[in-house]
Design a protein around this ligand. Structure first.
Ligand SMILES: [Zn+2]
Length: 279
């Protein structure tokens, strides 16, 4: 029997109401599938907030994608900026999203360019974020590297971010004096699959995977993890009918796979931490 797999779709760089956003979201809404919108707080326009606000709450979830998506040496949060500065920006960004989306905002952070430093993780923990979503590339070399990082309980190793996909980040809870009970702390739920093979400028030049390649990628991930995150960038799909069709075909195929559930990050977090609280 195939073990159950939870899948989430994270759409990054949400801010303005662009055709790609409504087209891509439409694929999920038509099928009754859940979609996580990763919103850049400072880039969110009133029109976009209004459009997102009228999408069905049971299907569309909102999380935070950085603050202004600005480059500071190594990503927005991965450079040399200290804890106070990062915590201030993250909190200010969260305030914007909470005002816009209320309870539909789930306290998860997807850092722009998947880059952050140890202060970023501390800031999220202090601000009671529940999830950090980065990138998890489960190739054998990476898995070895991440395995070593986990043994060392490192957030960074040799200057690179260590993925703790499906696990709590080290130092984010459960430890003595952390003031947190079991089941709390910062859970990492990262993305491993992307229908885009490589990102190019302009976006329309980015090569995409064919349906068979996406299916093979999903099967490969499924054998290695219980939670499979798929990364989307709506800008790349804008007006690209063939690519939207491929994604639609992938969604239809996925819906027919035994044991596969498309869920929000909030739901996946609840399931994974419920087990931890009981155990
Ligand atoms: Zn981004």
């Amino acid at each position: 029997m195939t073990p159950p797999t939870l899948v989430f779709f994270r759409n990054d760089d949400v801010g303005a109401l662009e055709p790609g956003l409504t087209e891509l979201s439409g694929l999920f809404l038509e099928r009754g599938l859940k979609l996580t919108q990763a919103v850049v707080p400072v880039a969110l326009t009133p029109q976009c907030a209004a459009w997102l606000g009228q999408t069905p709450p049971d299907l569309v979830e909102f999380i935070q994608h950085g603050y202004a998506h600005a480059w500071h040496g190594r990503g927005e949060f991965g450079g040399r900026r200290g804890l106070d500065e990062q915590a201030r920006e993250i909190a200010a960004g969260r305030d914007i999203l909470e005002r816009a989306f209320g309870k539909r905002f789930f306290p998860a952070m997807a850092f722009p360019w998947h880059l952050y430093n140890r202060h970023s993780i501390t800031a999220l923990t202090k601000l009671d974020f529940k999830v950090v979503s980065g990138i998890f590339d489960p190739t054998p070399a990476r898995r070895l590297f991440f395995g070593l990082g986990r043994v060392l309980r490192a957030n960074l190793l040799l200057g690179r971010n260590v993925s703790h996909h499906e696990r709590r980040r080290p130092g984010s809870g459960r430890g003595p004096g952390s003031g947190r009970g079991p089941g709390e702390g910062l859970l990492e739920l990262s993305v491993s699959l992307d229908p885009v093979a490589a990102y190019r400028q302009p976006a329309s030049d980015s090569p995409r995977k064919a349906l068979a390649e996406l299916q093979a990628g999903f099967r490969w991930c499924r054998r290695r993890m219980a939670v499979v995150g798929v990364l989307l960038h709506h800008a790349v799909y804008s007006g690209e009918k063939a690519h939207l069709d491929t994604l639609a075909a992938f969604l239809d195929w996925l819906a027919g796979q035994e044991g596969v559930t498309v869920a929000s990050l909030g739901e996946i977090h609840a399931r994974l931490t419920a087990g931890a609280t009981q155990g």
